[in-house]
Write a protein that binds this ligand. Structure first.
Ligand code: PNS
Length: 159
């Protein structure tokens, strides 16, 4: 059984994330979308809210599971018996950080490999932070996130 983990903050999930999830789910038997519990980082949505949003959006995929995790990603990978981590690369600016993390992960858990998927061009500029910023100024975010979560984002940024 080929299992992979796609980790992230997903605060909120964007079309860029969903594109990587859909494409990587075809490469493996089982994909865990893993939402990082990070109390040090100020987030717009709670962990439970992010897991719920992703679970609803991905309910149509039989081989995708959504869970939260705290601590080291490689420990979560061991727990799930996953040998692959999936990460999306938008631009060369992502590369240095991603390379460092993937090498660190492989140093502390030699059985893990990171698969990098290049983001589809239409989402190359997209990030959760940019979505939050545009929403906070009342901009149209319908090109960036699924329609079902737009009201949740708008309600939260207006607070
Ligand atoms: O969506 P993000 O914020 O870019 O995701 C970053 C993430 C979750 C992949 C990364 O912060 C992570 O794996 N955190 C867990 C702690 C860990 O294992 N760090 C890697 C060793 S330095």
């Amino acid at each position: 059984m080929k299992r992979a983990i796609y980790p992230g903050s997903f605060d909120p999930v964007t079309f860029g994330h969903l594109d990587i999830i859909e494409r990587s789910s075809k490469l493996v038997d089982e994909l865990y979308v893993a939402v990082l519990v990070n109390s040090a980082k100020k987030s717009l949505f709670s962990i439970d809210e992010r897991v719920k949003m992703l679970s609803e959006l991905l309910s149509g995929y039989d081989n995708i599971k959504v869970e939260s995790f705290g601590g080291l990603l490689v420990d979560f990978a061991k727990e799930k018996d996953a040998k692959f981590i999936v990460r999306g690369l938008r631009a060369v600016t992502d590369f240095e950080y991603e390379l460092q993390i993937s090498q660190m992960n492989r140093t502390i858990y030699s059985e893990i490999d990171t698969l990098f998927l290049t983001t589809s061009l239409e989402y190359a500029y997209l990030s959760s932070s940019i979505v939050k910023e545009v929403a906070s100024y009342g901009g149209d975010i319908s090109h960036f996130v699924p329609e079902s979560i737009i009201p949740l984002i708008l309600e939260r940024v207006r607070r």
